[in-house]
Design a protein around this ligand. Structure first.
Ligand code: CTP
Length: 428
């Protein structure tokens, strides 16, 4: 049971906050609703009082002897503002405290979740975006608005996500604290698993898994980067299957364009260093970490603020710059090194290998498994026509300390994922 303050500001989506409140109270949480004056134009105080079982106030002049403007924020385990209007977001970003809700936001020391909802033009306005960035930099969890039909006939980003999705994010934050869910600088996307997709497969219920996917990009200047050909499809398939088997999934996605799988919290990142930060934030308390992302081993030593130009040197028309590289951290090796005595989490590495004169694909893979020290290594054979961006894959799954190799594929990446999770579940 947690003490939750549900802030509601004055947008039409206030009606959805009634369902969110119901989900909280049915889960046994103690919820105090703090609407703004304008929120009461959409949903009246009697509704909030009936659903929460508590009186509601909008200003700081009611029950002054209880000092509610300080007590509510101080004693909360979670403050959620849904919907958050452009006005409320602006006030929160600037620390204004003209009513009870904004006072609560200033006194809260617990995780704060803000779910903005407004018209697309207001959401996209530079002022709103700057205010949102300010809140995120301060550690507020911002759940970005969904796209779809708005109040009128128009459509676009601005809708409040469905109450079940907001509820799922809040429960995760309550269960894992601020750090373990999403690094604040990143936006999250969460879509509930449609009932017909079900959780029927089972096998990973109650497990928390972190998966990295895609390929990192290391910026050289504002228009160029060092990247790789990873599409992220295999990592997304792993996330899809894990969610279907009942796991709580955080998917750290480097430069992918794929849709968020149902029931999966997506954390977008770009560089290896961002990926490392996101993994460090999400891994504590995880049962499994799968490193399916292609992480750049090197990055340019210097980022050039201005676009690098061709020089027009008459004496040396072929002059070309040299890009100095430095090593990136090995995220997988770092996870293995930090693992405690309980051998948790189970760590899965991926390897892209080609055979050469020094050995076969499997020879290289065995050496890599021993070197990296993870529990499982999923080995792809790569070549220009293999693996990257395709829907099918062929892999060998190696387990540390065992000579047995599981071969999977050629098969769709979801089927490959099932084989990987089967192997993980054996270890769990
Ligand atoms: N990996 C990582 N951090 C890096 C590079 C790779 O965590 N800086 C992870 C990948 O996500 C993958 C595994 O390590 O799970 C294997 O990556 P790979 O680059 O194939 O292995 P290397 O040890 O870099 O070996 P190689 O000599 O083949 O480059």
């Amino acid at each position: 049971m947690a003490r939750i303050v549900l802030g509601v500001s004055g947008g039409i989506a206030a009606y959805k906050a009634c369902s969110l409140l119901r989900l909280f109270t049915e889960a046994g949480h103690d919820v105090t609703v703090v609407p703004t004056e304008s929120a009461l134009h959409f949903v009246g105080a009697p509704t909030w009082e009936a659903l929460s079982g508590k009186p509601v106030a909008t200003g700081v002049w009611e029950s002054v002897h209880e000092v509610p403007h300080v007590r509510l924020g101080q004693s909360a385990d979670l403050v959620v503002v849904a919907p958050a209007t452009a006005d409320l977001v602006a006030k929160a970003a600037h620390g204004l405290a003209g009513d009870l809700l904004t006072n609560v936001l200033l006194t809260a020391r617990c995780p704060v979740v803000v779910a903005p909802a407004m018209h697309t033009e207001m959401w996209e306005h530079a002022a709103t975006q700057a205010n949102i960035s300010t809140l995120m930099e301060r550690g507020v969890h911002v759940i970005p608005p969904a796209s779809g039909r708005l109040t009128g006939a128009d459509t676009g980003p601005g809708r409040l996500p469905e109450p079940a999705d907001l509820y799922a994010v809040c429960e995760r934050i309550l269960a894992h604290g601020t750090a373990a869910v999403v690094p604040p600088k990143y936006a999250t996307e969460l879509r509930a698993i449609p009932e017909d997709e079900g959780l029927a497969e089972g096998g990973l219920e109650g497990r928390r898994v972190v998966i990295t996917a895609g390929g990192t990009r290391e910026p050289i200047d504002p228009v160029r980067f060092l990247g790789n050909r990873s599409s992220g499809k295999q990592g997304f398939a792993l996330a899809t299957v894990a969610a279907r088997r009942g796991a709580e999934v955080v998917l750290i996605a480097a430069n992918t364009t794929l849709a968020a799988p149902a029931g999966v919290l997506v954390v977008p990142v770009q560089t290896a260093l961002e990926l490392e930060t996101a993994v460090a934030a999400a891994a504590p308390g995880a049962d499994v970490v799968v490193m399916a992302a292609a992480v750049a081993d090197f990055r340019p030593a210097h980022y050039t603020d201005a676009k690098i130009k061709k020089t027009h040197d008459a004496d040396d028309p072929d002059a070309a710059p040299t890009i100095e590289l430095v090593r990136n951290p090995d995220v997988l090796a770092g996870l293995v090194a930090r693992r405690g005595d309980d051998a948790s989490p189970v760590i899965v590495g991926f390897a892209a290998e080609t055979g050469d004169q020094d050995g076969s694909v499997l020879d290289h893979a065995r050496a890599k498994l021993a070197r990296k020290g993870c529990d499982l290594l999923v080995v792809n054979e790569v070549g220009t026509d293999k693996t990257f961006g395709l829907d099918d894959n062929t892999v060998h799954i190696l387990r540390l300390g065992s000579s047995h190799v599981i071969d999977a594929g050629p098969a769709p990446k979801e089927q490959i994922s099932a084989a990987v999770w089967d192997a993980v579940q054996q270890i769990l």
